[in-house]
Design a protein around this ligand. Structure first.
Ligand SMILES: Cc1ncc(C[n+]2csc(CCOP(=O)(O)OP(=O)(O)O)c2C)c(N)n1
Length: 363
């Protein structure tokens, strides 16, 4: 297939393989994952939802400084982790803790950033996950550079970079997609369109027919997918990963989902959106949908459900244990690893902070 043969425009409607009522939707192009893979995905969704609930509670207990919840977006989180091989890399954002944990980062390490103890609590090389990025869209550039380097070295590494709908308005989004398409870099840009960038709705963010339509402007395929349908996400992202690994370059995937909770605990979403809009999305919940589907296929026993719930409870316990343990980070770490040689400004700031710490200790 030549580059000209590839269909760049996304479909009119997002790809869906299981509808909101749990029924199978036939598709000529995308094959649904096996029942076994879907059951494993459901298990991860149950754990993901529990992580979101537990982290919200830990914020209220003052144990986490902040938690940008992915409640309602768990299918995107789980799919992002499931489609990658061990040797691939993920470049996540602040909202992607569930994806990070699903890929294998222990809860104690995954929550260090959100607790405010350190820039990242895990070793990126060990899990092949870049630190969760807070500055919007910067991770897309890092992902492209990383994937380009892997390609130049002759490795078959695929890189999946996540971002939100708001991040697509950043200049870095443009730079990353343009470079990736020109140099046919093995990267998947996975946009979780959850309809809101804090208080800014998608309609104030983009006038494009869809965010996936932006792909054609760069010369890469774009696809839209139901972001609450794990089966469709696995199929669409899986195909994009396969294309990247085969040397066919990048893909832009837009998942249509919804941010069910406030942006973070520091945000009051009742000030800018109608609660009826939120409740309307309850009918499309990714967990309920997959559970109904698997149960109808007799692919989910009561025993399996109990086992998944117990596993999720164990993950929640590990989160509580990790965050209820007092830590004493060294304040100088803030300055230690920024540059090989500390700049005069950093020296001045550290001198001021250390004087303050000495004064506090003597009080
Ligand atoms: C470069 C940059 N500008 C502004 C911000 C402040 N900010 C944090 S989150 C956010 C909204 C992001 O929305 P979206 O990309 O849709 O992701 P979501 O939070 O909905 O997952 C903004 C503007 C930032 N973190 N980085």
């Amino acid at each position: 297939m030549t580059r000209d043969d590839v269909v760049l425009l996304p479909r009119e409607a997002p790809v869906q393989l299981i509808d909101a009522a749990g029924a199978k939707v036939p598709d000529a192009e995308y094959r649904p994952p096996t029942a076994e893979r879907l059951r494993d995905g459901y298990r991860r969704l149950v754990i993901g939802r529990r992580i979101n609930d537990q982290c919200n509670a830990l914020v209220r207990q003052g144990r986490l400084a902040v938690y940008p919840s992915s409640h309602g977006q768990e299918a995107c989180q789980v799919a992002a982790a499931m489609v990658l091989d061990d040797g691939d890399w993920m470049f996540p954002t602040y909202r992607d803790a569930v994806a990070v944990i699903t890929r294998g980062v222990p809860t104690a390490e995954a929550t260090v950033l959100l607790k405010g103890d350190w820039h990242s609590g895990f070793d990126p090389r060990q899990y092949r996950i870049a630190p969760q990025a807070t500055p919007l869209a910067t991770q897309l550039l890092h992902a492209v550079g990383f994937a380009h380097a892997a390609k130049l070295r002759g490795e078959d590494t695929v890189v999946l970079a996540l971002c939100g709908d708001g991040a697509t308005s950043e200049g870095d989004f443009h730079g990353a997609l343009n470079f990736a398409a020109v140099f046919q870099v093995p990267v998947i840009f996975f946009v979780q369109n959850n309809a809101w960038a804090i208080s800014v709705p998608l309609s104030r963010q983009s006038a494009a027919p869809s965010l996936a339509h932006k792909a054609i402007g760069y010369g890469m395929p774009g696809e839209r997918v139901d972001g609450n349908d794990l089966a469709a996400l696995l199929a669409v992202l899986g195909e994009a990963v396969g294309r990247a690994r085969a040397g066919a370059g990048p893909t832009l995937v837009e998942a249509h989902t919804y941010r069910m909770q406030a942006h973070t605990n520091a945000d009051d979403d009742t000030r800018y959106r109608d609660s009826a809009d939120v409740t309307a999305w309850l009918d499309r919940d990714p967990l309920v949908r997959l559970r109904t589907h698997l149960a109808a296929r007799k692919a989910l026993t009561v025993a399996a459900e109990e086992e998944f719930a117990a596993e999720a409870e164990a993950v929640a316990t590990s989160l509580r244990d990790a965050l209820n343990t007092e830590t004493s980070p060294d304040p100088e770490d803030l300055f230690r690893y920024v540059y090989a040689q500390r700049t005069p400004q950093l020296q001045e700031q550290w001198a001021s902070l250390s004087a303050e710490l000495v004064r506090e200790a003597s009080e």
